[in-house]
Design a protein around this ligand. Structure first.
Ligand SMILES: [Zn+2]
Length: 77
């Protein structure tokens, strides 16, 4: 696929996805998330299946009482 912003080539890569924890204002960042990354502008696209997995990770760590910090996608998924 091509980049929706600049029409550049999207290549497989990794990105970081920040999530704001509701009511807390804290941020959990999921790192090393598989994504397509534009080789021109660096915009990234994360597939819906991956987004769902990331949301599951966030739910789980919120239940564990963690409300900020870094989580690695590969280890938590
Ligand atoms: Zn682009």
């Amino acid at each position: 696929m091509n980049c929706p912003l600049c029409k550049g080539k999207m290549l497989p890569g990794k990105t970081n996805l920040p999530f704001t924890v509701e009511g807390e204002g804290n941020v959990i960042v999921v790192i090393n998330v598989p994504a397509l990354v534009c080789e021109q502008c660096g915009d990234d696209f994360v597939e819906i299946d991956v987004v769902r997995k990331v949301e599951n990770i966030i739910d789980r760590i919120e239940r564990d009482g963690i409300s900020m910090g870094l989580v690695e996608y590969g280890k938590a998924a």
